[in-house]
Design a protein around this ligand. Structure first.
Ligand SMILES: *Cc1c(COP(=O)(O)O)cnc(C)c1O
Length: 463
C-alpha cells in the first residue's frame, strides 16, 4: 500500500513512513493511492463483533507489510483497553431512526482518543524496531493535547511536548495535560492564544536544524494514521443498524474535517452511506462551501464549542483532491489561492461531486444551547456543545427510510459551564476520573519566543 500527496509532488511512501512523517514535503497531505474494498459479505461479517476485531479487519489492508498481523492485533488491544466502556463506541437511540454514537469513553473523554491511543502504540512499536526516538510537539486548543499526552505518556521512544494557550483552556482540559507525572510529558503554557501556539509549532518545523536535532514529529489531525483509526467506528455503528443491507447516514460535528473524512473513506471502501452531513458552529466555512460553492475564510469567533472554532480546515484538502479527480496540481493552486487571497470558488464539477456525498448545516450559539436543553428534557441524554450541534443539524436530515447516526464527539463533563447554563445541572466527571481535581499539576510557563522555546525543549527531552 502506497500513499501519495494531495499536491502531487512529494514521493509516494509506505504506511509507516507516512505515519512518522505527517505532512508531505510539498505541503500536501498523504492519501492512499487506491482505497481497499470490503465486499458486502465481509461487511456483513463485522456486525456484532467486538470493536477490536472490527478495527483489525477495517485497518489491516492499509498497513501493507509495515506491521505483522499479531503485532497489529496486540497494538489494537493495547490502544482501547483504557476505555471506560466495553463497546468502545456505543450507540444510543435519540428518537425515531436517530442514533447517537458516543465517542467519549476514552481516557480524555473526546473522540480523539480513538486515533491517538492507537498511534501512540504504533509509534512505539515502529520506533523500537528502528532503534529511534522522536520528539512529538503539538499545539492544542484543548482536546488534541490531552489526547496526545494520554497516548504517549510513559512510552520510552517518545517525548511529548504540548503547547497550549495559557489561561485559555478549560480547567478539565488543563488538568488533563498538567497532571500526568511521566518524565516524557512536557505541558507548556504559552503566553498568547491558540494561533500563537500553532505559529510557534510551524516555526519549529521550519527550523530544519532544530527539527533534525530533536527528531521532531507531528500527530496533528492531518496525520493519515489518525484518519484511518476513525474509519472503524463508521463500520461498527452502521453494521449494528443493518448495513450493508440497509444504508445509513451520518451527521458529524466538524472543524478540521478529519472525523467526517474518515466517514468518506468508509463509504469509498464499500459501506453504504447515503449522506455525510457536515455540522458546523458559527465558524461555518465548510457549511458555506457546500451551500454556495465559495470556500472563503472569515475571522474565527469564539464559541461554546471551542474544538470547532476553525477557519482553515486542513483535511478538507483531502476531499478536494478526490473532487478534483486527484489532480495534485489543481489542489496546489487552490491552496495557494486560499493562502494568498483568503479563499477560492470550487469548480462546478467538483461542487457537484461534493454535494453527492455531503450535505451541511450550522448551529448558532442559541441553537446549540437549545439542543442541549431539549435533548436533556426529551431523552435524558446530556450532550456536549459539539455533539449538540450535530443533533441540531441532523434534525433537518432525518427520514423514515435511512437511520441517522450523529457522532457525539466529547463527554459533557469536559464543557461543564455550557452544559450547566443550558440544563441547570453541572455534569459530573465519570467516577474513574474523579480525582482529576486533586492531583498535582506540573506546567512549564513560556513566553512566545522561538529561540527560548527551542532551548527549553532541548533541555528537557531525553536523548
Ligand atoms: C476535534 C474535535 C471536533 C472536530 O473534529 P475534526 O476532526 O477536526 O473535524 C469536534 N468535537 C470535538 C469535541 C473535538 O475535540
Amino acid at each position: 500500500m502506497r500513499y501519495v500527496s494531495t499536491r502531487g509532488e512529494a514521493p509516494a511512501l509506505g504506511f509507516e513512513e507516512t505515519m512518522l512523517t505527517g505532512l508531505a514535503r510539498d505541503g500536501g497531505l498523504y492519501v492512499p493511492e487506491t482505497i481497499p474494498q470490503l465486499s458486502a459479505a465481509e461487511i456483513t461479517a463485522l456486525a456484532g463483533q467486538p470493536y477490536e476485531d472490527i478495527a483489525f479487519r477495517v485497518m489491516r489492508p492499509y498497513l501493507g507489510d509495515s506491521f505483522g498481523d499479531d503485532e497489529f492485533a496486540g497494538i489494537i488491544a493495547g490502544a482501547y483497553q483504557s476505555f471506560g466502556h466495553e463497546a468502545r463506541a456505543p450507540l444510543v437511540q435519540l428518537g425515531p431512526n436517530h442514533f447517537l454514537l458516543e465517542l467519549f469513553h476514552g481516557p480524555t473523554l473526546a473522540f480523539k482518543d480513538f486515533a491517538m491511543q492507537l498511534i501512540g502504540q504504533l509509534f512505539q512499536s515502529a520506533l523500537e524496531r528502528r532503534g529511534e526516538r522522536v520528539t512529538i510537539v503539538g499545539a492544542t486548543s484543548g482536546d488534541t493535547g490531552s489526547a496526545a499526552i494520554e497516548a504517549f505518556r510513559g512510552l520510552d521512544a517518545v517525548d511529548v511536548v504540548i503547547l497550549f494557550p495559557d489561561g485559555r483552556v478549560s480547567e478539565v482540559q488543563r488538568r488533563q495535560m498538567t497532571t500526568p507525572d511521566d518524565a516524557n510529558v512536557h505541558a507548556v503554557a504559552l503566553e498568547g492564544d491558540f494561533d500563537d501556539c500553532q505559529a510557534a509549532l510551524k516555526a519549529m518545523f521550519n527550523d530544519f536544524a532544530f527539527r533534525d536535532r530533536v527528531r521532531l514529529a507531528a500527530v496533528n489531525s492531518i496525520n493519515w494514521a489518525r484518519v484511518l483509526a476513525q474509519v472503524v467506528y463508521y463500520f461498527s455503528s452502521a453494521t449494528a443498524l443493518g448495513a450493508p443491507h440497509r444504508p445509513v447516514s451520518f451527521t458529524v460535528p466538524t472543524g478540521n474535517f478529519g472525523d467526517i473524512f474518515a466517514g468518506y473513506i468508509a463509504r469509498q471502501m464499500g459501506l453504504p452511506i447515503e449522506k455525510l452531513v457536515i455540522a458546523t458552529n458559527q465558524n461555518d466555512i465548510l457549511h458555506r462551501t457546500i451551500a454556495t460553492g465559495e470556500h472563503v475564510k472569515a475571522g474565527v469567533t469564539p464559541s461554546i464549542s471551542p474544538s470547532m472554532d476553525i477557519q482553515v480546515s486542513s483535511n478538507f484538502e483531502r476531499a478536494l483532491f478526490d473532487a478534483y479527480g486527484r489532480e495534485g496540481g489543481a489542489v496546489g493552486q487552490l491552496m495557494q489561492e486560499l493562502a494568498e487571497k483568503g479563499g477560492f470558488p470550487v469548480s462546478q464539477g467538483a461542487l457537484e461531486t461534493l454535494r453527492e456525498i455531503y450535505a451541511s448545516g450550522r448551529a448558532s450559539e442559541e441553537e446549540t444551547s437549545e439542543a442541549i436543553r431539549a435533548y436533556h428534557r426529551r431523552t435524558g441524554e446530556v450532550l456536549c456543545p459539539h455533539s449538540a450541534i450535530g443533533v441540531h443539524v441532523a434534525e433537518a436530515h432525518l427520514n423514515e427510510a435511512t437511520p441517522m447516526i450523529t457522532l457525539a464527539t466529547a463527554h459533557p463533563a469536559k464543557f461543564p459551564d455550557a452544559v450547566e447554563a443550558a440544563t441547570g445541572h453541572r455534569p459530573p466527571l465519570p467516577a474513574r476520573m474523579a480525582s482529576l481535581y486533586e492531583r498535582n499539576e506540573r506546567v512549564i510557563k513560556a513566553i512566545n519566543d522561538l529561540p527560548a522555546l527551542e532551548a527549553l525543549i532541548e533541555e528537557r527531552i531525553a536523548r
